[in-house]
Design a protein around this ligand. Structure first.
Ligand SMILES: [Zn+2]
Length: 88
């Protein structure tokens, strides 16, 4: 089930403590929660982390901010100075 992006953004704005556990891929813009998301996020025990798990898929980014898909896709064409064309 897909949630409306507007609502998700609003939710994250409301809870910056949760927003920091959500990350965005620098290339494709995919959003997800950090795989090391804890069970409880202070000061939103329980429900906060549950909400994130419900709204997002786990998303792991490498040190360039790329998700696994983009890492594979861009593997052969990355250079240190290359600017990602999808970035806004
Ligand atoms: Zn990506």
């Amino acid at each position: 089930m897909k949630h409306q992006r507007y609502n998700i953004d609003k939710y994250l704005q409301q809870y910056p403590g949760l927003a920091k556990w959500v990350q965005t891929c620098a290339a494709c813009g995919a959003r997800g929660y950090r795989p090391d998301l804890p069970e409880n996020i202070y000061p939103h025990p329980n429900v906060g982390a549950q909400h994130l798990r419900r709204m997002f898929e786990p998303l792991e980014l490498d040190d360039r901010g790329l998700c696994e898909q983009c890492r594979v896709h861009l593997k052969d064409q990355t250079s240190p100075t290359a600017k990602n064309p999808f970035e806004s």
